[in-house]
Ligand binder design. Structure first.
Ligand SMILES: [Zn+2]
Ligand SMILES: [Zn+2]
Length: 318
């Protein structure tokens, strides 16, 4: 498979992002913890790696396929204008591309009718509102319509940016998996389960949280919360919104969720339990988009698919 960058706008020649190979769960979660029956969720893990994605590729922090007749989004936060002396108008800060996902690469992501491309941008400066982050924009598009009018070349660069919110360009390898709740464990049994999780680890070496839950950039599944869940409620229909995707500061560098071909090649892993896998030090530098997101936090995106216009919002555990 070719590994070079895809030329700007070359939708037709873009390569499909191949899923990574993961180790299977070493035990049957629902047989050991029947309380968790029905809590499994399908998730698509993204595995961002520093690279040179093109606008025809799914990416984090890569170039977007952007229509020529649509202005690039800017942040309207009053403090985020660059003050210039009169008579020049103050300059707003340009938003930055955070994620772009093509439907062909993420079969687990349900796209609204007539769309097959999802794009997320955000402001690269600190927002002091209650979500302290980013004022993101989310666009569902049709590849066919967009590529017909796509802009080739560089989008405007922000006049100022916080490193914390500026992703380095990454390719992604959307990988389907099944996960169980971490912070979203059912309320009642959570305490009892905690004791049994510990017992399982003592007896068989299985750490429920490390083996069955994920905290990495992903589509669907459970939000990668690093703090207590804060599920948004849709203002239109008053129901809990759906977790769309999480962009997290952390990516697995060891354990079951480390892709098999990222393991240290100097060791024989055939006799080592999957959850003790360690990454190849030679490739570690390429892991992740490089954003701290408020000290190893994450930005979580939610949608309501039943209200008109698919309203969205975000949470940020900064
Ligand atoms: Zn802003
Ligand atoms: Zn709604």
């Amino acid at each position: 498979m070719p590994s070079g960058p895809t030329p700007q706008g070359a939708v037709g020649r873009a390569r499909a992002a191949a899923p990574r190979t993961l180790s299977p769960l070493p035990f049957d979660i629902e047989a050991v913890f029947p309380e968790l029956t029905g809590t499994a969720r399908e998730v698509t893990l993204l595995y961002p790696r520093a690279g040179q994605p093109g606008s025809g590729d799914s990416s984090i922090g890569g170039p977007l396929l952007w229509p020529a007749d649509e202005p690039w989004p800017v942040c309207t936060e009053p403090d985020h204008y660059k003050p210039l002396s009169a008579p020049v108008e103050p300059e707003p800060v340009a938003m930055v591309a955070v994620a772009q996902l093509y439907a062909r690469d993420v079969p687990g992501l349900v796209f609204p009718a007539g769309t097959d491309l999802l794009q997320i941008l955000w402001c690269p400066l600190v927002h002091e509102d209650d979500q302290c982050g980013a004022g993101p924009r989310l666009h569902w598009r049709s590849t066919t319509l967009t590529s017909a009018a796509a802009v080739a070349g560089e989008p405007p660069r922000p006049h100022t940016a916080e490193e914390d919110y500026l992703p380095r360009p990454c390719t992604v390898s959307p990988t389907p998996a099944t996960e169980y709740p971490n912070w979203d464990l059912p309320e009642g049994p959570a305490e009892l389960l905690g004791e049994r999780f510990e017992a399982l680890e003592d007896e068989r070496g299985f750490d429920y949280f490390a083996l069955a839950t994920t905290q990495q950039s992903k589509v669907g599944g459970y939000p990668g919360w690093t703090q207590r869940p804060d599920w948004p409620v849709c203002g239109g229909c008053d129901t809990h919104m759906e977790h769309l995707l999480s962009i997290t500061a952390t990516e697995p560098v060891m354990g079951r969720w480390l892709p098999q071909d990222d393991r240290d090649p100097r060791r024989d892993w055939s006799t080592v339990p999957s959850w003790q896998a360690e990454a190849d030090p030679a490739v570690l530098h390429s892991f992740g988009h490089g954003m701290d997101l408020g000290d190893c936090g994450g930005m979580y995106f939610f949608v309501c698919r039943t209200c008109p216009g698919i309203p969205y919002t975000h949470r940020y555990d900064c």
